[in-house]
Design a protein. Sequence first.
Length: 387
Amino acid sequence: MRATTYRNNSRVFIFGAGVSKAVAGAPVMKELFREMEKRYECDKLKVDTCLVARNRVRLFKEFLSLIGKMESFALKPYARLKDSPNHSVEVKIREHIEYLITFLDMSIQYAPPVELKEGGLLLDSLPSVPFFGISSKQIKDARDAINIYLYLCLSGLEDEKDILGKFFHDHLRENDHLISFNYDLLVERSLLQLGKWSPLEGYVGVDAFKNEEDKKRIVSSDLGKSPYRLLKLHSSINWTWEYKGLQPENINHPIVMILDDWEEGFFFPKLEKILGRKPQGGYYPVWILPSYVKTFSKAPFLIEIWREAERMLSETKYLVLLGYSFPEQDSQSQLLFAALPDDCRILIVDPDANTIKTRIHKLFQFSNISTQNMVFEEWVIKRCPEI
C-alpha cells in the first residue's frame, strides 16, 4: 500500500447510493426489493429455455416464501383487526431490506443453534430464529437470492448523461481522495473515461487480477497506473475470491479483480481492445451485503480498506458527503466518522441534507457543516455550489 499523508489541502469525497440513483437510476435501499422483483419476473419468462434463470427463480421463490412467513408472523397479534373497517395493518419488511439482511446474517452467523441428534449423531442444526417453520437452508437460499439479484440490479448501470464525468472533470483535484459505499462501477467508469483511473492500483486493498494475462496487457498498454485509488467499503461488483469459496492462507491476495460482467460483456468496455479477448463471465462476487451488522469474517480483506478509510478521515480537513444518508442503524459507519477531527469542515449534498446534518451534529457536535438540499445531478448542473 502506498504511504499517504492526508492532513493537507486535500478533500475526501464519500459516495453513497444517492449518487448512483441520481446518475443511473440505481435503486436506493427502500426500492431494492421491488427492483429485484422486476428481475425475477424477467427470469420467470426464461425458465423453459435457460437453466441459469430456472435456478435463480427457484432461489427467489424461497426468498419470497421466507418473507411471507415473516410477515405472517408479524401480523399475528393483529389478526382480530383483519376485517375491521376502522383499522388497517401493514408490515413493511420488503421496504426495509437492510433489516431483512441483518436478520439473515444474524441467523446464519450468530444465532445459537437448535441441534437434532440421534444416538449422539448430529442430524440437523437450525438457527434458533423466532419464527416457526423457517429452516437454515431457507435462510441461506434467501441470502443467495439477494446476492444474485442485487448483482443483476447493479451490473448494467450507465451514467448516460455523464454527470459524474462533468463533476470529476471540473472539480477533482490531484490530491483529493475517494471513498464509496456503493458496489457499482459508475465512479471507476467515469474516471477511466477521463484518464483519471486504471485497474492497475486503482483500488485500496485489491490489486490482483483473476486473469493474469489481462494485467499483462494493461501493463503493456498506455493506460498506466491509476492516479487515484478508490476505497470501496462494502466491496465491489467486480471483486471475487481467487478460488471460488476458498481463502488460502498462503496466498497474499485472496481477493482478485475480474473484468468480465457475469451477464454480458466487460465491466469496462473501454478496455476491450486492450484485453484482446471475448468476455467469459460467470463468477460469484464477494461483498458485505447492506446489513446493520458487518460480517467481516466473511470478507476479512475489507478490514484493510476500512482501516485505511479511518486513517484518511482522521486527517481530513474537508469531507464532502454525496448522496450518503448516514443511516443511524449503521453503527460501524458511525464509528468510522468518529475518527474525523473536530475542525473538519463537512458539506452534505442530498435532498434530505438538513436531516442528515442534524443526525451528524447530534452524534459528533461538529460545528462546521453546510448543506445543499438537492440530488447530486442538480448540484453538478448548478456547478457544485460550496465545494
